[in-house]
Structures are given as structure tokens and as C-alpha cells.
Design a protein around this ligand. Structure first.
Ligand SMILES: Nc1nc2c(ncn2[C@@H]2O[C@H](COP(=O)(O)OP(=O)(O)OP(=O)(O)O)[C@@H](O)[C@H]2O)c(=O)[nH]1
Length: 837
């Protein structure tokens, strides 16, 4: 930081103002001194004229008396006019309101120099009570009394002599009087003169003392100020020293290499980091050209690149930085550095440059590590899914470039069989070790250019570029065999290891990455389904695989349909068959989906895929949220009595999802839906598959008043034994029995038995698929409590007519049920019988 205090005008004034004040004071004192001295001198010379005038007047008046020569009288008059003028002036100044004009005229008559007159008046007026002047004025006043006496004698004498009436006696008397006055006035004059002299000397002394005092103050101030300035300068110097120390410690401790040069590019300083980086000591390098101790080259061109520093020293560039430089030492070793350079200025010119070199080795390593981590799996060191997909995409691109030639790649998905068992039996460390061993084995079977990647968990991907079908299938088989032959033992526990492999031949027909990946996934899945430890080859025309393929495609379509609000709800009435049952409407909500082209898609097309790929909790949440929204809207419209029971289907996975219970409670609170109006339908199979979850779920929701219905009851005969554990309110008799009960006595017997057992257990029964009035009569005759089917009512869009429709539901309004093909509605019912909506 630069300090230039003395150049700052206000700072300068801050330092010198006491000097200015004292100097001005001294100038004022000097001015006053000169004025006083000059006035005193005027009084002294005035007094001298005054005395001389008196003496001359006495002398001429005496001669006039002795000779009676009128010339002497004239001379007397001239002489006496001087003390009389002074007398006039004094009288004018003595008045309470001084008459300055009269005083000036008097002093002028007194023979004083015109330039002294103002001084005389000023001194009289301002210092008349000052000791010496007061005494002098008193002598002046006494002297004037004699002057006036003399004037009276002179006038009387001149009058008598002019008229010839003066006797010798008179003349002798006048002479004697004149002599007496002379004798008396002489000491007065002397005293007057002496007093003025003394006063003058005293004033001189006084002024000298004042001037000396002012000078002393000036000297003292100067000394004080100088001392202060010296102290300040020392503290500046100390601050500069401390700053220099700080800069040096900083330079010594920073990790970057700092080198300074003079204006010709010769080294003037290197910090310890620079010594370390360049392997030169500071004292060795000082005075050498910077370019002689190492080279700086651009990573992308092999030439020396000192341009930045040259430009800085030439003043063509104020500062700059260069990344991706290589610093090459004299021994040839190179270090990646970034370089920052700036000019050093002194006296408004460039006196050198400072060059900072940052060693980029660590950053490069870090970046390399990061990019390795981003593309590799930490456990096995193999490429990860992202990298695998990247390489696969590149391979697909090459296929396109070489279209026409017989280029072909092979893609494999490998999934270890029952890998969980290893983890569950011996812990994750065992699983990890097995994964590593399998990687090594697989890698050994592959060619150099092949890619083996870990896609996640126990899944691997293999890409064999330019590998025709037959060798690819042989490699796949050998890989399967290799894994099977691995005798993995962990702490004495032997494990049989096997792998399921999906193999896809990628040729020009299959171009997109997503298609290739999905095909391999499907093939691998099929390998698992077919019993594991096998290679499944994907063929596009394989109907089994196509079905699976389509199912997997539904995953994305369902997500899209949810995002684009293409799901909607329909309601189908469940009619009471007896008189003793509760009044009001009992409905079941059914899910619909419009595909991307607005066509209705049967639930059977997407529900199995949604179940298999874990999307049911998502769909069930959508159904509950929208059903509650509409129910709440209907309640606001004043139709709470219209629906007393609203059945909503839930899937098996949803029942096992703990968070779903909280979700439901929130939804009840949010929409203020009465829990007693909601009946959840769970299929018999899903309830049995997750019995403890189902019991927990049912009892929790029954606590708040919800009811439950066991859907598709009877599809498995072991169901009866579970029924007593499931505290449901309704049994829905599987529609497949109801549909044919008039023609098939066994189905009739099943319907009757289920109804009977249900009633014995205190449940209400519902017959599904009541498609004709005859079936309706038959189920009523058996004492079944409710009927559901086309004979009762076809499904209708579930809406609230008096409120603007919820936007999720908008599509349903434009698709009236009458326009819906019958087969879709039948499939809808079948979907229900399959275990969902
Ligand atoms: N040790 C270990 N286990 C993992 C790792 N990543 C995932 N897993 C486990 O790998 C198992 C994968 O199981 P799945 O593939 O679903 O089932 P599986 O037991 O192999 O059975 P199938 O694939 O149906 O034959 C799960 O138990 C995961 O917890 C890992 O890095 N290390």
C-alpha cells in the first residue's frame, strides 16, 4: 500500500496550521508594535515641538517686553501657536465625544507631520490610561495651564504697549511673571519629555518581549511538530517494515511459485515454492534470465511460449494467465502448470514482472480420478453402466457408418442367479468377493477390445464389437460355463454360482441404444424365467420375447400417461339384492387409460406390466387422490347421500408399502372424505401372498372406519383357510364362477358354497360378472347380498357434474360409456378378476 500523506493538501494544512496561526499572530504583534512605536515617536517629536514652541514664545515675549518691538510679538505668536494647537487637539480628544477633525487640525497646527496625526489620535484614544501615557498627558495638561497663563500675559502686554499705556513697573511685573512661568514650565517640559521617553522605552521592551514570546512559541511549535512528524515517519517506516515482513512471510509460505524479474526479464527474486518447482536456489537464479532456468511450452504445441511475459514487460498487456502450460526443467522433466503474470510498476514505468506458477499435478490427478470414478465401478474396477452405454452407443454409431457391410456386434446382459443367498448367508463382504472373482473370470474369457461392465448389483453387461452371431453365442455359453464352474467358498461355506445371460445380436435392423438395452434386458429376464443358468438369445420375431418386450415398454408409457393425465376413473354400481341392506349407492371405481393416440387401452394391457415393474403403488396413489377429489366435490355439491360405499382397488405391493398408510391418512384429512364411505378391494391372491401385511393394513384402516372387500374370492381353494384371518367386510365371488353358474353345476355349487361360508363368517357377499337378468335371479335366489355386472349397470365416467371437472379426469368426459367397446369393458372386469383394477 502506498502512503503519500504530505502530498495531500488537507493533510499538509493539518500539520502546518499552528505555524500559520503563530506567524499571523506575530505579524499582528509586529504591526501593532510598529504602530505603537511610530505613534510614541510622534508624541516624542510632538512634545519636542511643544516644548520648543513654549520656549520660543517665552523668549520672544520677553524680548517684546524689553524692546517693545512688535516683531517680537509676531514671533511670539508664531511660537505659541504650536503648544496652543496641541492644546486644542488634546481638548478635542478629551471630550466625551471626541472631535476628531478639531483634534487633527490642532495637531497639524502643533507642527506634527500629517502622517503622524492618526497615530497620535489612535494612541491617545486607546492608551491614554496606560501608566506612562497617562503621566505624560498629565504633564502636558499642567504645561498647557502655563501656556494659557503666558497667553493672557502676552495679550495684556500687547494691548497696553499698543496703546502706550504700559509703565515700567507694568513691564517689570510682566517680565517677572514671564520668568516665573518659564521657571515653572521648564521642569514640566522635562518631566513630559522624560515620561514619554520612559514610556517609549517601556513599550519597546514590552513589544520586544511580545515578539520574543511569539518567536519562542513558534520555535516550540516547530520543535513539537517536527518531533511528531519524526515519530510519525518512524511509525510509517515501522508499518512499511511490517508490511514487507508480511509480504515476505506470505511469499515464503504460499504453495505457488512466485518469481519476480527486472524490466529486462532477469530474475530478481524466487520464493521457496519457486525454488522447489524449478530446482534452482534463489541466490543462484538471481540475475539470470528467466528463460534460461526452465522452459514454458503450450501443452498443445511443442514451442516455447514466453509471449505473455514478453508482452507484459513491453507494456502491451496489463496481466494475463495461461492454463494448460508445461514447465520443462533443464533436466527435461515436465510439470503441468498454470501461469499468471503481471507487471511491476515503479515511478510510473514497468520495472519488472511477477510470474506465478501453479503446479497442476494434483488437480490433474484429481480430475483424472473423478473422471475414472464417473465411468467406473469402485468395487470391481470395471466400466459402469454410464460408460457401458456410452461405448454401446459409439458401437451403434459405427454400425451406421458401415451400413451395407456385414458388421455385427453382440450385447449381453448377465445377472447372477440367487446372488442374494450369498449376501444373506455370509454377509456383503462375501458377496463383494464373489463379484470380484466373477469379474476376473469373465474378463479372462474376453478379447482385448471387448467391454465388460458392471451395470449395478449383480448385473453385468458385455459388448463384443464386430462379433458375428455364432462366436458370440459360443462366448456367451463359455461365460455361463465359467461362472458355473467357479467353486466359491466363503469361510467354509461352499456356494453354487450360476448366471443367466441375455444375448442380443446387434445389426443394422436394431439401431437405437434403448432398443438394444431393452432387448438384452428382456432376454436376460426370460433366461431367469426359464429356470436361470442359461443363455437366452433375443430374436425379434420370438412371440414370447415380444410379449415381454411390450410389457417392459409399458413402464415408460405408464409414466408418460401419469405425467400427461391420461388415466381416468369410471364407476360401476354394485346393487343390493335383499331388502335388509343399507340404502344408497354402492359403487366400484375402475381405472381407464387413453393411449398416446386417444384410444382406450384395456387395463389388462398395462396392469400386469405395472405390477411386475413395481408401478402399482404409483397408480394406486393416483386412483385414491383422484377418487377422493371427486368424492369431496360431490359432497360439496350436496350429494353426500348419493354414494354410501365407494370401492377402490389396491394392489398387493401397495398393501405392503408402509408409507401408503400415511399417504391415505393424509388424503382423508386433505379432502375430508368420510372413511366409512370407502371400501378398499384387495384380491384374494395378493392378500394371501402378503398375509401379515394385509392383516396389518386392514386393521389399521378399519380403526378409522374404512371397510374392506376380498376380491376374486374362490380363485384358489386354499382361500377358505385364510379367510378367518382376514377381517374383511365383503367377499366378492370370483366372476369366472358367476359367469357360467347357470350352465355349470360346479360353478353354481362354488358360488353357493362361497356365499354360505362368507355368511357364516359374518361377511356380505357380492357376485361379479352378473351379465344377464337370469344370473341376477340365480344369485338372488342363493341369498347373495349384492350383484355387479352389465345386468346391473355398465361403468360410467366417475365425475362431479356440478363442479368444474378435475383436470386429471378431463378425458373421461369426452369419452361416454356408450361409445366404449363392449370387449374393453369385459376386459375391465377380467382385469379386476386378475387382481387389480
Ligand atoms: N455384496 C454386494 N451385494 C450387492 C451389491 N449390490 C447389490 N447387491 C445385492 O445383490 C442382490 C441382487 O439380488 P437380485 O438380483 O434382485 O436377486 P438374486 O438373489 O440375484 O436372484 P435372481 O436375480 O432373481 O436370480 C441384492 O441382495 C442386493 O442387495 C454390492 O455391491 N455388493
Amino acid at each position: 500500500m502506498r502512503q503519500t500523506p504530505t502530498r495531500n493538501p488537507s493533510h499538509l494544512l493539518g500539520i502546518v496550521w499552528p505555524f500559520i496561526v503563530v506567524a499571523l499572530l506575530q505579524a499582528a504583534i509586529s504591526g501593532v508594535s510598529l504602530n505603537v512605536l511610530s505613534s510614541v515617536r510622534a508624541y516624542v517629536s510632538g512634545e519636542s515641538l511643544w516644548s520648543k514652541g513654549q520656549k520660543d514664545a517665552i523668549y520672544n515675549l520677553k524680548l517684546y517686553a524689553d524692546t517693545r518691538n512688535p516683531n517680537y510679538y509676531l514671533q511670539y505668536q508664531r511660537a505659541i501657536a504650536i503648544p496652543l494647537g496641541d492644546h486644542e487637539a488634546r481638548m478635542a480628544l478629551d471630550r466625551p465625544e471626541p472631535d476628531l477633525a478639531r483634534a487633527e487640525a490642532g495637531f497639524l497646527q502643533g507642527g506634527n507631520h500629517p502622517q503622524d496625526i492618526q497615530g497620535l489620535i489612535w494612541l491617545f484614544r486607546n492608551f491614554r490610561h496606560f501608566s506612562y501615557l497617562e503621566t505624560a498627558i498629565e504633564h502636558w495638561r499642567t504645561g498647557d495651564r502655563f501656556v494659557l497663563q503666558l497667553t493672557q500675559i502676552a495679550e495684556q502686554m500687547h494691548r497696553n504697549l499698543s496703546r502706550q499705556q504700559a509703565s515700567e513697573t507694568d513691564i517689570a511685573r510682566w517680565v517677572m511673571q514671564i520668568q516665573q512661568i518659564n521657571a515653572q514650565v521648564t521642569p514640566i517640559e522635562k518631566a513630559f519629555s522624560d515620561t514619554l521617553g520612559e514610556g517609549s522605552r517601556f513599550i519597546q521592551l514590552l513589544l520586544l518581549a511580545a515578539n520574543l514570546a511569539a518567536a519562542s512559541i513558534l520555535i516550540l511549535l516547530a520543535a513539537l511538530r517536527t518531533g511528531k512528524l519524526l515519530a510519525q515517519r518512524q511509525s510509517f517506516e515501522a508499518a512499511l517494515h511490517a508490511e514487507k515482513e508480511r509480504a515476505q512471510v506470505t511469499l515464503a509460505s504460499i504453495g505457488d511459485a512466485v518469481i519476480t524479474t527486472d524490466e529486462t526479464g532477469f530474475i530478481s527474486y524466487m520464493n521457496p515454492a519457486a525454488e522447489q518447482l524449478t530446482t534452482w536456489l534463489d541466490e543462484q537464479a538471481r540475475g539470470l534470465p528467466l528463460t534460461s532456468i526452465f522452459r514454458i511450452i503450450d501443452e498443445h504445441s511443442p514451442q516455447d511460449d514466453w509471449r505473455l511475459i514478453d508482452q507484459i514487460l513491453a507494456g502491451e498487456c496489463s496481466d494475463g494467465n495461461l492454463h494448460a502450460q508445461l514447465m520443462v526443467r533443464l533436466d527435461g522433466s515436465a510439470i503441468a502448470v498454470s501461469l499468471v503474470a503481471a507487471p511491476i510498476h515503479s515511478n510510473n514505468r514497468i520495472s519488472g514482472a511477477v510470474v506465478v506458477l501453479h503446479d497442476m499435478t494434483r488437480e490433474r490427478q484429481y480430475v483424472a480420478n473423478l473422471s475414472w470414478q464417473a465411468t467406473h465401478d469402485a468395487l470391481t474396477g470395471l466400466a459402469n453402466r454410464r460408460e457401458f452405454e456410452h461405448r454401446l452407443e459409439q458401437a451403434l454409431g459405427k454400425l451406421e457408418q458401415h451400413s451395407g457391410q456385414h458388421a455385427e456386434h453382440a450385447l449381453m446382459f448377465l445377472d447372477l442367479d440367487q446372488f442374494k443367498v450369498v449376501n444373506d448367508t455370509c454377509g456383503h463382504a462375501a458377496g463383494d468377493e464373489l463379484l470380484r472373482q466373477i469379474c476376473t473370470l469373465l474378463q479372462q474369457q474376453l478379447r482385448d477390445g471387448d467391454t465388460l461392465a458392471r451395470l449395478g448389483g449383480d448385473e453385468f453387461g458385455i459388448l463384443l464389437e464386430h462379433c458375428p452371431a455364432i462366436p458370440a453365442e459360443q462366448i456367451a455359453e463359455s461365460l455361463r460355463q465359467t461362472v458355473q464352474d467357479l467353486h466359491f467358498v466363503w469361510q467354509g461355506h461352499p456356494f453354487n454360482v450360476s448366471v443367466s445371460i441375455g444375448l442380443v445380436h446387434i445389426n443394422h435392423a436394431m439401431t437405437t441404444l434403448a432398443e438394444a438395452l431393452r432387448a438384452a434386458d428382456v432376454a436376460c429376464y426370460m433366461a431367469k424365467e426359464k429356470g436361470r443358468n442359461r443363455v437366452q438369445i433375443y430374436h425379434a420375431d420370438d412371440s414370447e420375447l415380444s410379449l415381454k418386450f411390450g410389457e417392459m415398454a409399458w413402464v415408460q408409457r405408464i409414466h408418460l400417461a401419469l405425467e400427461e393425465h391420461r388415466f381416468c376413473l369410471y364407476a360401476q354400481q354394485i346393487a343390493p339384492l335383499g331388502d335388509t341392506l343399507e340404502p344408497g349407492a354402492h359403487i366400484e371405481l375402475l381405472l381407464r387409460l387413453h393411449d398416446e393416440f386417444g384410444r382406450l387401452v384395456p387395463p389388462i394391457s398395462f396392469i400386469p406390466a405395472a405390477e411386475r415393474y413395481g408401478l402399482m403403488p404409483l397408480i394406486d396413489r393416483w386412483v385414491v387422490q383422484n377418487a377422493f377429489t371427486i368424492l369431496a366435490a360431490r359432497q360439496r355439491c350436496g350429494k353426500p347421500e348419493s354414494i354410501t360405499t365407494c370401492a377402490i382397488n389396491l394392489s398387493g405391493t401397495t398393501i405392503g408399502d408402509d408409507a401408503f398408510l400415511d399417504f391415505l391418512r393424509d388424503q382423508f384429512r386433505l379432502h375430508a372424505v368420510v372413511p366409512q364411505t370407502i371400501c378398499f378391494e384387495i384380491t384374494e391372491t395378493s392378500a394371501i401372498a402378503n398375509l401379515s401385511d394385509a392383516i396389518h393394513f386392514i386393521t389399521e384402516l378399519q380403526k378409522i372406519g374404512c371397510r374392506f372387500s376380498l376380491d376374486d374370492f374362490g380363485s384358489g381353494m386354499s382361500s377358505f383357510s385364510y379367510l378367518k384371518h382376514l377381517p374383511v367386510d365383503y367377499l366378492k365371488i370370483d366372476g369366472s364362477f358367476v359367469k357360467d353358474m347357470l350352465d355349470d353345476p360346479i360353478d353354481h355349487a362354488m358360488v353357493s358354497a362361497i356365499n354360505h361360508i362368507g355368511h357364516v363368517m359374518g361377511k356380505r357377499t357380492i357376485a361379479e360378472f352378473v351379465e344377464t337378468p337370469q344370473i341376477m335371479q340365480a344369485v338372488a335366489a342363493l341369498g347373495i347380498d349384492y350383484a355387479q355386472g352389465y345386468a346391473v349397470m355398465r361403468p360410467q365416467p366417475f365425475t362431479c357434474e356440478c363442479e368444474v371437472q378435475h383436470h386429471f379426469q378431463r378425458d373421461c368426459l369426452t369419452a361416454p360409456s356408450s361409445a366404449m367397446p363392449l370387449d374393453i369393458l369385459q376386459q375391465d372386469m377380467q382385469t379386476t378378476s386378475k387382481g387389480s383394477h
